[in-house]
Design a protein. Structure first.
Length: 447
């Protein structure tokens, strides 16, 4: 039994319009490194290896990132030998798939679609400039400049739409029929066996957890009907940045929760931690909870407690407070924005500190900021000669070398605005910080 791909009525009727604007990272995730195989390559690297006409070479010794090979770009009919000049294109672009029905899927299905290698022409190794010319457009707005490839192109487009049950617009349909007519495409090339279709869909069903097996689950620290708190790892920005390829905590948490609880799961962001700071973050779970949570932060009725490992000074008191004003300043040397103390203007920055543990050359400090200025704790400690280990902006000790900024959001305390109960949410010190603290236990100036 065979299916004629040119009978577009095989595809489902157009679904309702998406309820949420398309966002690549939120809806489809990123290239995945499959933990069940014996390589460190992600999907992009695997497609480059698969499609190269000769053995590829790698960047570095681990063979994770492809550096060079030989690829025949089908879109422009161009030969490419440098991997960075290749982009991996989704035959049916992610945005087109999203508005064609993928918005109704759960996250793990969309993530599998983004990384799908079960059908060879689902992902294409294309010349970067040719792929950028295509963008997210369908055949009614884009066709490859390589005329000899156009029949194959619309055939693969139809196959992907059929496999994944994606709908098409009338403009799409007309453009495909025009290609078939104008370029003398063979009708026999547009046959797709039912056995192959069943095989593809079985493969999809068998691999729906592909992205979730790969995903390190984010720890949920607290949850009720109104709020949810989770443990942010160091090295991840709290929210999306201008770099669309960079994973952020808020998007990753939403993806995890929506994959478990459905696409309509609501989560709203109300505060941030610095990229290299780990620890507890709290979110609203409903629109009803937004204003009360925002008010807790605005009126400073939510107490934040941090732990940090700092340089030891002999004059460090058991407890002290810093209450001054800070202003933003552009550091041209570092090419970063930093905060500096100012005698006039600026914003008030008030922090309470307490010494918890003493090491030969370091201190474990508890910090409670009563205002919410950027880098507030880091500035207040650096100004006293007690910089935090791993700080790459403010003055900090360099030996021993810390794996990252040794600052951790340990706890949040507040009176629950709905139940009026006292709530304390704690996030345990992460393993990298605990290990570094052990290092400090035995480190001295003579080391």
């Amino acid at each position: 039994m065979v299916i004629n791909l040119l009978k577009w009525t095989l595809h489902e009727e157009a679904p309702p319009a998406p309820e949420e604007k398309y966002m690549r990272k939120l809806h489809f995730g990123r290239w995945i490194n499959d933990p069940t195989d014996d390589t460190c390559m992600n999907t992009r690297a695997k497609v480059l290896v698969r499609d190269s006409n000769q053995e590829v070479t790698y960047r570095g010794n681990r063979q994770c990132v492809v550096d060079a090979g030989h690829w025949n770009d089908p879109y422009a009919g161009k030969e490419v030998v440098v991997a960075k000049e290749i982009q991996i294109d989704h035959m049916v672009p992610l945005k087109n798939a999203y508005i064609s029905g993928a918005w109704q899927w759960d996250y793990k299905t969309r993530c599998l679609y983004a990384n799908y290698m079960g059908y060879k022409n689902h992902l294409i190794a294309a010349d970067a400039s040719a792929n950028m010319s295509k963008g997210d457009r369908a055949p009614d707005k884009y066709l490859p400049s390589n005329l000899a490839y156009r029949c194959q192109y619309v055939r693969d487009w139809l196959a992907v739409k059929l496999i994944w049950k994606l709908n098409m617009t009338m403009d799409e349909v007309q453009a495909i029929h025009d290609v078939v007519t104008n370029y003398g495409c063979k009708a026999s090339d547009f046959k797709f066996s039912k056995a192959e279709l069943e095989s593809q869909r079985e493969y999809i069903n068998a691999n729906l957890d592909f992205c979730m097996i790969n995903k390190k689950m984010i720890e949920i620290l607290f949850e009720d009907d109104y709020f949810l708190a989770a443990a942010k790892p160091a090295g991840m920005p709290s929210q999306a940045t201008v770099d669309k390829s960079r994973l952020d905590f808020f998007t990753s948490l939403k993806n995890q929760l929506r994959s478990e609880r459905g696409n309509d799961f609501y989560l709203a962001l109300h505060h941030r931690l610095d990229r290299d700071t780990s620890g507890v973050m709290i979110f609203a779970k409903s629109k009803e909870a937004n204003e009360p949570l925002a008010d807790l932060f605005k009126t400073h009725k939510i107490q934040k407690t941090y732990l940090c490992l700092t340089k030891r000074t002999q004059k460090a008191a058991e407890a002290w407070e810093v209450d001054n004003h800070l202003v933003e300043m552009k550091d041209n040397k570092l090419k970063k924005t930093k905060m500096v103390r100012t005698q006039s203007g600026g914003d008030r920055a008030y922090t309470k500190f307490r010494k918890l543990e003493v090491f030969p050359e370091a201190l474990l400090i508890e910090a409670q900021p009563l205002t919410g200025r950027m880098h507030q704790i880091r500035v207040h400690l650096a100004d006293r000669g007690m910089g935090i280990y791993g700080d790459d902006i403010y003055q900090a000790p360099k030996n021993p070398v810390a794996p990252r900024l040794m600052l951790h959001a340990h706890a949040l305390e507040f009176t629950h605005p709905f139940t009026q109960e006292f709530v304390r949410i704690e996030c345990a010190m992460p393993a990298d910080m605990a290990q570094f603290m052990k290092t400090l236990t035995f480190h001295s100036k003579n080391d």
